[in-house]
Design a protein around this ligand. Sequence first.
Ligand SMILES: [Ca+2]
Length: 535
Amino acid sequence: MADIISSLPSGCDRRPTGDKPRSRRDYGIKSAERLFAHNSKFLTAQGKQGNATGFLECDSFAAPGSRRVLSCSVNCSLAPFFHSPTPQPENFIMRTFSFVLLAILGGAIISGNYALGNETRPNVVMILSDDQAWGDYSFLGHPQIKTPRLDALAASGLTFTRGYVPDSLCRPSLATIISGLYPHQHGIVGNDPPIPESVSKRTRQGTPGAHHRDPEYVAVRNDYLRHAKAMTTLPEYLAPLGYRSMQSGKWWEGNFSVGGFDEGMTVGNFSKDGRHGDVGLKIGREGLAPVETFLDKCSSTKQPFFLWYAPMLPHTPHDPPAELLEKYKDKTDSLSIAKYWAMCERFDQTCGELLDAIEKRGMTNNTIIVYVTDNGWITDPNESRYAPRSKRSPNEGGIRTPIMVSWPGHIAPKRDDTHLASSIDLVPTILDLVGVKVPAGLPGISLVDADAVNDRKAIVGEIFEHDIVAMDDPNASLMYRWMIDGTYKLIAPTARMKGELPQLYQLDNDPAEDHDLATEKPQVVTALMKKLDEA
Ligand SMILES: [Ca+2]
C-alpha cells in the first residue's frame, strides 16, 4: 500500500493523515467491503506513506450489485485526467488501482476489469430514429405498427418510456445528443441559419430551396459550423480512451470530422450534396455496407468503437417497399398514415440488420446500444407531412421518445414507466459505462445511476424556430420553454409567441394533453414557472 502514494503523479493532493473525509467517497480501506456491499456504487481504498494519505476510489461498476469494476480514479487533483475532455493516462492509474484492489479484495472483484486496456472497453452504438412519435412501437402498445427488433432491444436493457428531447427539431436535437448540452448551451438552435437579404432577392423568383445552393448562403452555413466546432462531442470524449468513431446517417454539422469522428459518410459539401447528411443519408435506406466495413476494421484491430447510426428513417420521403405498404394499407383509411407505419417497420428492420451485424462478429456482449429519437412525428391523414402538436412543437408528440440503454450481461433489463429521462443524459451515461467520470458542466445524469435517476424529479427543454433568427443569439429564436415536474407539464411561450398563454397538463391522467389546467390551477403554473426560471 505504501507504493500507492509514491506512485501518484506529482500534483496529487497529499492530505495529512487524520484529515476529515471531504465526501462520502473518502472512506478508509476497512470500510471498503461494507460500503461495497451496502451501496454497490462506491468502493474506496486508502493508502498511506509516512505522514501522507491517498484516497483511491472505484466508482463505476458494470451493473447495480455487480462486482465488475469499470473505473477507478484518485479523489484529488488527478481528477483532471478524468474530468477533462482529454483524459489520458488511465492505463497507468488503472494498473495502480487494480493492484490496490487486488490487495484489498483478493482479486475476485477485478477479474474482467474493463479499465485494464483499450481492447476490453465496450463498444458504443447510438441508434437514432428520425421523426417518430413515442408511442409508435409495438412494445409501447401501438395497435398496428410492428417493431419486433426494437421491442427486443427494449426488453434487453434499461428502457425509459418517459424519455424526452429538449427540442423537437432535428439539428438542435442531434447536437444535444452528441454533446450532452442543451441547445442554448451548444448554440445550434435551428435547422437553417439566417438567409441574407441579398440571397433572398436573388433567389426569390427561383425554384423553391434555390437559396440553399447560393454561394453566399453556403458561406453562411459554413460559418454557422462555429458552434459545432466549439462544442466537445462524444467522439472527442472517447478518442483519448482509444475509441475509433464513425458517423453514418443524419449529420448537419458539415464534414464528419467537425464532430470529432475519425471516419464517416457525410462530406459536408453544402453547395453540392445538401444540408443534413448528404452521402450519409444512404445508410439504412441503401443497406449497411459502410457500417459493416467499419465493424470489420474495428474487429480486426480490436479497437473499441463508437458508431453513430442515424438513418433518415422513418423520416420522409415515406417510400416503403411494396411488401411493407401492402401489410399496412388496409389497416387505415389514410394512405399517408399507412406509408408512415410501413416506414416505422422499415426502420425497425434496418436496426435488426445492424444488431445482426454486431452479433455476427461476436460483439454483442461487449457493445452498449443506446436508442433515442431526435424528435416526434404525427402524420397528417391527407399527406406525408407532420400534423400539429408533433415535430417542432412542445407537445408530447414532438418531444417524447423511448430512451434505451442496453448492454447484455451488464445492465439488468428493466422497463421504467415512472422516472424521467432526457437525451442530455446520453453522453453522461455512456461515459459512466465506459469508465470515465462525467465532465463538470454537463447538465445530464447517468441513467444507470439509479440514485441520480430517482433524485431528479423534473426535466426541462426549449423549442426554437426552424429557421435560425440570429447566428449567435439563441434567445432570438426561442419560442417555448417547457418543464415536466413529476406528472405536471408546463409549456411556457416566450414573448415571441404573441398572444399565447402558459399551458398546464397532468400527464398521468392526460397523456394526450387534451385538458389545459392553467386556469384551474394558477398556483401550480406560478410554482412551475418559478422552478423553470431557476432551472
Ligand atoms: Ca428529425
